[in-house]
Design a protein around this ligand. Structure first.
Ligand code: 5AD
Length: 338
């Protein structure tokens, strides 16, 4: 294995593309241990919970892999009211969540004025706030920031330009990059990430994705396996490998030791222990889905999405027990990048 024997967990690893590819082709066992050590050394044993609210599944984009794509007429569309969003956020904060994440499709129904009202209301509570609602102008990101927003998630999905073009009709890779730059300019903490197992994706391009996260110095990185959705053009494409997604995640921990990296829901969708495995392979964040059951069911990016009917309180309690078993605790701070 590339020089891992000589590396102390605290050292930042400047891995070359060649070394990354070697790790991606390895069985991963050594890599997972190494990433777990780097995680512990740099961000500790506390796990940040981010309470997720999926507030609209309307989307003007048509990403080939995604279940809420514009052309999926079998998707039951919904928009939460401002009141529903805020009520859920309030309950989460009351139960001790220190970050709320609002996620939606690219829905112009949530105008700038409406989003600003929601941001201000939630930021009057004791919580950090993350938004994940797609590509916007610099002015919009700046206004979000001004209203109190802390962070924004926008996955690059893949850094392979040709693959990006195929997967995202009518979208532009350049605008994706520019949007990530705009987020930085606006002063928001920036999250990005990729899908693992897209059709035609190469190991080399995954290595480039990892180097890209490092290059833009991403504060948060979400990585998940591609899972085919029967109501999309990629219905017959085999799912991505959980193991490979975990390797991409673990390598991301090595190159960005202090970043926040979630055990993603797509990992859990492929294996019921996916979150625990991820937390022991470099991850330090979990994003419990706090959306009302009937709505989160309709927010179906991919099938087999884990759907609990547990209350917010019960979810937190169960996670706390699960974490205790692996020697981890729930963080009580906002979990900004260290
Ligand atoms: N499988 C796995 N992840 C998906 N996403 C969208 N569709 C799928 C799918 N079929 C991911 C995208 C997006 C995030 C919110 O969900 O990477 O950025």
């Amino acid at each position: 294995m590339p020089h891992s024997q000589n590396l102390k967990a605290s050292q930042t690893m400047d891995l070359s593309k060649k070394e990354i590819i070697e790790y991606l082709q390895s069985d991963g066992e050594e890599l997972f241990q190494l990433a777990d050590g780097v995680r512990k050394e740099n961000v500790g044993s506390e796990v940040h919970l981010r309470g997720l609210i999926e507030f609209s599944n309307h989307c003007k984009q048509n990403c080939l892999y995604c279940g809420i794509r514009r052309d999926n007429s079998s998707c039951k569309r919904y928009r939460l009211s401002e009141e529903e969003i805020i009520t859920t956020a309030k309950e989460a904060v009351k139960e001790g969540f220190k970050t709320i994440v609002l996620q939606s499709g690219e829905d112009d129904g949530f105008t700038l004025e409406k989003m600003k009202r929601i941001i201000k209301e939630i930021k009057s509570l004791d919580t950090a706030l993350t938004l994940s609602s797609g590509e916007k102008s610099l002015k919009t990101y700046e206004e979000y920031k001004h209203a109190g927003l802390d962070r924004f998630l926008l996955r690059i999905e893949t850094t392979d330009k040709e693959l990006y073009r195929k997967m995202h009709p009518d979208m532009s890779f350049e605008n994706r990059l520019k949007s990530l730059e705009r987020l930085k300019t606006a002063g928001l903490e920036v999250g990005t990430g990729c899908l693992v197992g897209l059709p035609g994706q190469t190991t080399e391009s995954l290595a480039e994705d990892i180097l890209f996260f490092k290059e833009i110095n991403a504060d948060m990185i979400g990585i998940g396996p591609f899972i085919p959705n029967p109501n999309t053009p990629l219905s017959d494409v085999p799912a991505g490998s959980l193991k490979l997604a975990l390797k991409v995640m673990a390598l991301t921990r090595l190159v960005l030791p202090k970043s926040n990296i979630p055990a993603t829901t797509a990992m859990e969708a492929l294996n019921k222990n996916g979150r625990i495995i991820a937390l022991r392979s470099g991850a330090n964040v979990i994003m419990p889905n706090l959306t009302d059951y009937n709505f989160k069911k309709a927010y179906e990016l991919y099938p087999n999405k884990p759907l609990t009917k547990d209350s917010i309180k019960a979810q937190r309690q169960k996670l706390s027990e699960m974490l205790a078993k692996i020697g981890r605790t729930i963080s009580i701070d906002y979990g900004s990048r260290a």
